[in-house]
Design a protein around this ligand. Structure first.
Ligand SMILES: [Mg+2]
Length: 194
């Protein structure tokens, strides 16, 4: 498996350097670094990291806003860094794909497990999204076959079984999957006269 690629957004350069070292020592790739929210947003779009580690208090655009945009538009998880624990920011963070937050000073013993949890959550969400699209596609296919069947029934005065039988026969004869044949029938390319 490829090493996870991380975008690091932190305006304090010394802390950013520390974080970079901690991540590198643990086998992660720091794919980009930003010192403000705008830059973080720009880099997230261009490098598409697996995870963004983002300080909340940064110039130009604060980390919370940047996290919200990144998580919503790109589906990339964000691990937030903060100088203090505040209730209102936690509330706001919940709206985004924020997988956790760490309170400074950041220790390697806290950072690495938090990064691992975030990456694990992101993988699970991607898997689920994949499953959902698969199910949606299947449902779409079924609906299309149903509609094609309906069209054949209407055109030919067939029963449902007759229409389905005709679809199956034509599909086998032409070596065209039944869903593709249905698409053609609905598009009017094929009469479905089998
Ligand atoms: Mg800061």
């Amino acid at each position: 498996m490829n090493k996870p690629r991380i975008l690091l957004a932190e305006d304090e350069s010394i802390l950013r350097m520390d974080l970079r070292e901690m991540l590198k020592e643990s086998g992660y790739v720091v794919a980009g670094e930003a010192g403000d929210g705008d830059k973080a947003l720009e880099l997230a779009h261009t490098i598409r990291p697996d995870l963004v580690i983002m300080d909340i208090k940064m110039p130009k655009m604060n980390g919370l806003k940047a996290a919200r945009i990144i998580s919503r538009s790109l589906g990339i998880p964000v691990l937030l860094l903060t100088a203090y624990s505040q209730k209102d920011f936690i509330e706001e963070a919940k709206q985004s794909f924020v997988t956790g937050y760490l309170v400074k000073p950041i220790r390697k013993s806290q950072l690495i497990p938090a990064v691992e949890v975030s990456l694990g959550q992101a993988r699970r969400i991607h898997d689920l999204q994949g499953e959902i699209s698969g199910l949606e596609a299947k449902l779409e296919t079924r609906k299309r076959v149903e509609r094609a069947k309906g069209k054949l029934m209407e055109q030919n005065g067939w029963s449902e079984e007759e229409a389905y039988h005709a679809l199956r026969c034509e599909s086998m004869e032409k070596r065209v999957p039944i869903e593709e044949l249905s698409r053609r029938i609905l598009g009017g390319d094929v009469k479905g006269s089998a």
